[in-house]
Structures are given as structure tokens and as C-alpha cells.
Write a protein that binds this ligand. Structure first.
Ligand SMILES: C[S@@+](CC[C@H](N)C(=O)[O-])C[C@H]1O[C@@H](n2cnc3c(N)ncnc32)[C@H](O)[C@@H]1O
Length: 230
């Protein structure tokens, strides 16, 4: 069987914003309070008997916040720079229940029983569609039957005739100062791995997930709560 991690270089394609010296500014550039997502994970059944894998965990914002309510959290990220930032966060009280694994969507090798939850926020869009499907199938296989995938990502909720107009509206609204968010230049450089919401639906279903909830925000953010068949 072909080895996806051999065929696609996840480190080289992870995005300069996460793998270079600029990684340290990521949390300030993209501020995010993880408490709502943790609340939602708990409402979906996360408790001290459950294991959660956070793929593309970055500096561990959600992983650390969720660890307080889980049996174990495994935070997975391809970037050594993000790992270093996570280690600073680990000093927080509950971080001892987070295991950090430096690996990617395609290379993470899970040891132990299938997990109850897979979470991923704003990371899957870094893979081209060919590899998104492989990553989604791996997430499916990582989950126990009935397990939950809570996936948040950047994707375009655009209909084909509107793509260029909506894209331009999006790019025109981006900040010019890189300290205040992702700029037009940074966003354009990453466009070739972006996909459409209507393709994501098919990809998720083809990989064996039932979509229980889907929401799109501003035409560029999406969240999916999906379940592996029981
Ligand atoms: C926008 S950040 C999001 C980080 C975190 N999930 C959050 O919401 O704070 C994207 C993360 O995806 C990671 N990443 C990029 N490509 C990846 C891959 N192929 N496998 C795993 N992580 C990847 C980057 O290193 C980065 O930490």
C-alpha cells in the first residue's frame, strides 16, 4: 500500500506562518478563546473517561483547555515551532494530561484503542483535496464506532458563478498589517489547497461520516460535527 506521508511532504507544505520564526506570533495574529469549543465537546459527551485527538493542534489552545475534562488528550502537529510554543503552555495546571506528538494528518500513528473524539481546527485546509480525503479516512479509522469528529476549517462556501467575486471581496477585507491577521499576500499564497463546502460534504460522507451539524461563517469558515457509524 502507498504511504501517504512518503508521497506528500507535510512539513514542507504546512505553511511558513507555522513553521518559521513567525510561528510565535500566530496566537496573537489569530486570537481564539477555546472555551466555547470545549463546552461543545462536553455537550457531545467528552468526560474524564474519554480520549480526544486534536490534529493540527498548534500551540495547544484547545488541547490544554479540553484536558481538564478528558481522560487523555493527544495533541498532534507537524510543526516543531508550534510544539515549542505548546511546551510553554504545558506548564498550565491541566496540561500534564496532554500528550504532544510531532506528526501530521498523514503520518500520525496512533497507539492504543480507537478514540472517542477527533478535533481539528483551522488546519485541514493546508492539505490539497487528494490528501484531505486520505486524512479524513485516517480520522474515521482513528475513531471508535459512534465516535465524534468535530472539524473546523477554512473553506469557501461559494457557488461556482460567484467564486471570483466573493474571493475578491474576501481578499479586499483582509488586514494589511500581518500582526493584525493574515494579509492578502499570505492568503493568496495558500489558496491552492483551499476547497469548497459542497465538496467537503461529499468528502466527509465518502469517508464514512454522518454529518450531524454543519455551519458556515462569512463564507470562509466551516464547522462540522460528524459521527462514525456505530
Ligand atoms: C491555523 S493553525 C491552527 C492551530 C490550532 N488548531 C488553533 O486553532 O489554534 C494551523 C496548524 O496546522 C498545522 N499543520 C499544517 N499542516 C499540517 C499537517 N499536514 N498535519 C498536521 N498539522 C498541520 C500547523 O503547524 C499549525 O499549527
Amino acid at each position: 500500500m502507498a504511504d501517504a506521508a512518503q508521497l506528500y511532504d507535510e512539513v514542507a507544505n504546512a505553511g511558513a506562518a507555522y513553521t518559521s520564526t513567525t510561528a510565535a506570533s500566530y496566537d496573537a495574529k489569530a486570537p481564539f478563546d477555546p472555551s466555547d469549543d470545549v463546552k461543545r465537546l462536553r455537550a457531545l459527551g467528552l468526560d474524564r473517561t474519554k480520549t480526544l485527538v486534536d490534529l493540527g493542534a498548534g500551540t495547544g489552545r484547545v488541547a490544554v483547555a479540553a484536558a481538564r475534562y478528558a481522560r487523555e488528550v493527544i495533541a498532534v502537529d507537524i510543526s516543531p515551532a508550534m510544539r515549542e510554543l505548546f511546551e510553554q503552555r504545558r506548564r498550565l495546571l491541566w496540561a500534564r494530561r496532554v500528550r504532544y506528538v510531532e506528526a501530521g494528518f498523514l503520518s500520525y500513528e496512533h497507539e492504543g484503542a480507537p478514540v472517542d473524539f477527533v478535533y481539528s481546527r483551522n488546519a485541514l485546509q493546508n492539505l490539497p483535496d487528494l490528501w484531505k480525503v486520505v486524512a479524513l479516512q485516517r480520522m474515521h479509522d482513528l475513531l471508535r464506532p459512534g465516535g465524534v469528529l468535530f472539524l473546523r476549517m477554512i473553506e469557501f462556501d461559494y457557488e461556482p458563478p460567484d467564486v471570483l467575486e466573493r474571493l475578491e471581496q474576501h481578499l479586499a477585507a483582509l488586514p494589511t498589517d500581518p500582526a493584525k491577521g493574515f494579509t492578502r499576500e499570505e492568503t493568496v499564497a495558500a489558496l491552492d489547497t483551499r476547497t469548497y463546502g459542497w465538496l467537503m460534504t461529499v468528502m466527509l460522507e465518502r469517508c464514512g461520516f454522518t454529518i450531524e451539524h454543519a455551519r458556515h461563517g462569512y463564507g470562509i469558515f466551516a464547522e462540522y460535527v460528524c459521527r462514525r457509524a456505530a
